[in-house]
Design a protein around this ligand. Structure first.
Ligand code: IPD
Ligand code: CA
Ligand code: CA
Ligand code: CA
Length: 267
């Protein structure tokens, strides 16, 4: 295994143990609200510390961009780790066993490594650029569906961007009429990994942050998937507006997005 991937996997497992031991036990951790409806717990912070300590011990002059603590380590390094210590904090607080640790490594701006670990199912999704994507060491590939007929699509309501809700719900209505069903699971990193291993046929969400999607994005692309923004462009890396699937499902999802008539607020 890629030596840096190895350390990232170790860091993800350490944080995952903390998640598994504390999920739903609201008397064992503190919960605070960052922005409206965006929660952070003392376990998010402990997980982040374990990950950052593990990475900086192994790679002293690398940089870190982490959801809770922001920029740490060497901000000028060519190597930047992007960390979401608990992706799916709301699920974690509520005791809904669907959340993950997400760790990506960017070298000169390009994602080289992605690790997404679901400690409740003990599922470790990994990828190194150019070497394929894996679930617990087994190669994974996107599903082979060639349209939205029968497709299960992951998504999320833009609760952090209420001004987009109306436009999103119109799109949602077209989506649900064209596919078999929709899931809102609550952890973006796992949504991308679920497309990567064929559990979902596609996934779309707006307004993600780098720590939500960087690892899952690489894992999905290494599994043969494509990720774009709602216009079919690669700009999702900046906007955080993500549409994904195998090439055919992606094309069908972009048709549902209807670029010509897409409201400006969703672009
Ligand atoms: C959130 C989850 C959720 C997604 C939100 C993210 P967090 O991450 O990934 O599924 O819909 O956009 O912010 O805050 O639990 O790390
Ligand atoms: Ca959060
Ligand atoms: Ca997240
Ligand atoms: Ca988080």
């Amino acid at each position: 295994m890629h030596p840096m991937l190895n350390i990232a996997v170790r860091a993800a497992r350490a944080a995952g143990n903390l998640i598994a031991r504390n999920i739903g036990q609201q008397d064992t951790f503190e919960v605070a609200t960052k922005n409206k409806d965006d929660l952070v717990t003392s376990i998010d912070k402990q997980c982040e510390k374990v990950i950052v300590d593990t990475l900086l011990k192994a790679f002293r002059d690398h940089g870190i961009i982490a959801e809770e603590g922001g920029v740490q380590g060497n901000p000028d390094s060519e190597y930047q780790w992007i960390i979401d210590p608990i992706d799916g904090t709301t699920n974690f607080v509520q005791g809904i066993g669907h959340c993950a640790v997400s760790i990506a490594l960017r070298h000169n701006g390009k994602t080289e490594i992605g690790v997404v670990f679901d400690p409740m199912l003990n599922e470790m999704f990994t990828a190194a650029r150019g070497s394929g994507a894996f679930l617990n060491g087994r190669r994974i590939r996107v599903g082979s569906r060639d349209s939205l007929d029968g497709a299960i699509i992951g998504t999320a309501f833009p609760t952090r961007y209420r001004d987009r809700m109306h436009a999103y719900l119109e799109l949602f209505s077209r989506l649900i009429s064209n596919c078999a069903d929709v899931r809102r699971m609550g952890a973006a990193s796992l949504d991308l990994c679920y497309v990567a291993c064929g559990r979902f046929d596609g996934y779309l969400e707006q307004g993600l942050k780098a720590w939500d999607f960087s690892a899952g994005d690489l894992i999905l692309r290494e599994a043969g998937g494509i990720v774009t923004d709602f216009m079919g462009e690669p700009n999702y890396v900046k906007s955080g507006n993500v549409v994904s699937g195998n090439p055919k499902v992606l094309r069908a999802l972009l048709q549902v997005c209807d670029v010509q008539n897409l409201p400006a607020i969703l672009k």
